[in-house]
Design a protein around this ligand. Structure first.
Ligand SMILES: C[S@@+](CC[C@H](N)C(=O)[O-])C[C@H]1O[C@@H](n2cnc3c(N)ncnc32)[C@H](O)[C@@H]1O
Length: 378
């Protein structure tokens, strides 16, 4: 991790304003994307110029009741039809379902897991269900749940990135939180040749990228931002659900890692970041010196006999405070990057003969991956 990101030199006033924020203000900005965009946008015209686009995305919201009340009503799903599905997934399904108009087309649940989504919607709208999923145990569990719900489901246990998928003709494809190449393969591959429509909520755009993002649509290729894998990952880097205690532990571990980073720079006499393996939070019980000793051993760094551990622990905490403030600027671009990626998917579908719309299908407290592309064959 850089001590100061490169942008600080070009925008010293923005850096100073971020660094002047107190802890409560930082936490409030991190929790409120609109306030964060306003704070950074007021100091950075490039982001301010994106405000209408970002505001439009949030204004497209539908079914925004955070705890599902209106969505359950809108989708007409009896809560008992969602029994056995984990709580947050239930809410996602209820909101997602509100977007599916009734019709005769068979449903194809893409990378379905246990096909909670497909099964619930097939039952609700009396449609045939097909599901594709790589994990055999999830397929078997999904088949059992479908049989119990009286839904005739055909599961294909396939790796969609390596094996062909048999899509029923004129299928309506459902893809809730299909990550990276799983959604790109769907949008660009043969399944959408024969499909009638698609409801897609994409997730984890960076997964399977082995270099910069390669746009799928001609228009995005013309205006390619050459987003690095890191920049693409930024689209999904936010914590909405972690409890307070969990957040505190995450931060403490992050501070310790920065404390070790300060120490290693001095020991090596090289002022650059040294990547170290991730550590489980339980190492916090071992104390800061023991964690540094483990990291040093992994990196074959000899520690001196006496180390002023308190000095490095404090240095790490100070660096974390600084990094959290400066990273607000990166965070302010998160939604813009996500929208760019999603618009590329949408444009590719338009090129392939679909009419598309984009909206949010639930509040970000239900899931921050709440953008939904709806596509219908022209
Ligand atoms: C984030 S989960 C989403 C599951 C489900 N759609 C939902 O919302 O609950 C992604 C699913 O994709 C499946 N998956 C991952 N790689 C796959 C592949 N190459 N082919 C098919 N399924 C895959 C995983 O096993 C997992 O069930």
């Amino acid at each position: 991790m850089q001590v100061s990101p490169a942008w600080c030199a070009a925008h010293p006033e923005l850096a100073a304003d971020c660094l002047a924020l107190d802890d409560a203000a930082v936490a409030a900005l991190r929790a409120d994307p609109a306030a964060l965009q306003a704070f950074v946008g007021a100091r950075l015209p490039a982001l301010e110029a994106l405000a209408p686009l970002l505001g439009m995305a949030e204004g497209m919201a539908v079914g925004m009741a955070p705890c599902g009340g209106s969505a359950y009503a809108a989708s007409a799903i009896a809560p008992r039809a969602l029994a056995g599905i984990p709580g947050r997934k239930q809410q996602q399904i209820a909101h997602f379902a509100a977007q599916l108009a009734p019709g005769p087309e068979p449903l194809l649940d893409w990378c379905a897991g246990k096909a909670h989504l497909g099964r619930t919607l097939a039952r609700l709208q009396q449609r045939p269900l097909h599901a594709v999923e790589r994990d055999a145990a999830l397929c078997a569990a999904g088949e059992r749940l479908a049989a119990r719900a009286g839904v005739g489901a055909q599961y294909q246990c396939r790796d969609v990135l390596r094996e062909p998928v048999q899509a029923p003709p004129k299928a309506l494809v459902l893809a809730l939180h299909a990550c990276g190449d799983l959604h790109r393969r769907l949008i660009d591959g043969p399944v959408m040749d024969a499909a009638q429509g698609l409801l897609l909520a994409p997730c984890c755009y960076h997964l399977w990228l082995d270099g910069p993002y390669r746009p799928l649509s001609a228009l995005a290729r013309q205006h390619d931002l050459a987003l690095s894998r890191n920049a693409v990952q930024l689209a999904v880097q936010e914590t909405v659900h972690a409890p307070e205690r969990e957040l505190r532990r995450q931060q403490e571990l992050a501070a310790w890692r920065l404390g070790f980073d300060t120490l290693q720079r001095e020991l090596r006499g090289v002022d650059t970041y040294l990547p170290t393996p991730s550590l489980p939070q339980r190492v916090l019980q071992q104390g800061f010196p023991a964690v540094c000793q483990q990291l040093a051993a992994r990196k074959q760094l000899a520690l001196p006999a006496a180390v002023d551990w308190e000095h490095y622990r404090r240095a790490g905490a100070q660096r974390l405070q600084r990094a959290r403030r400066l990273s607000l600027v990166r965070q302010a671009f998160r939604r813009a990057i996500e929208l760019w990626l999603v618009q590329d998917l949408r444009l590719r579908l338009e090129e392939r003969g679909y009419t598309t719309t984009l909206q949010t299908f639930c509040a970000r407290e239900v899931t921050p991956r709440n953008l939904l592309i709806s596509a219908r064959r022209r």
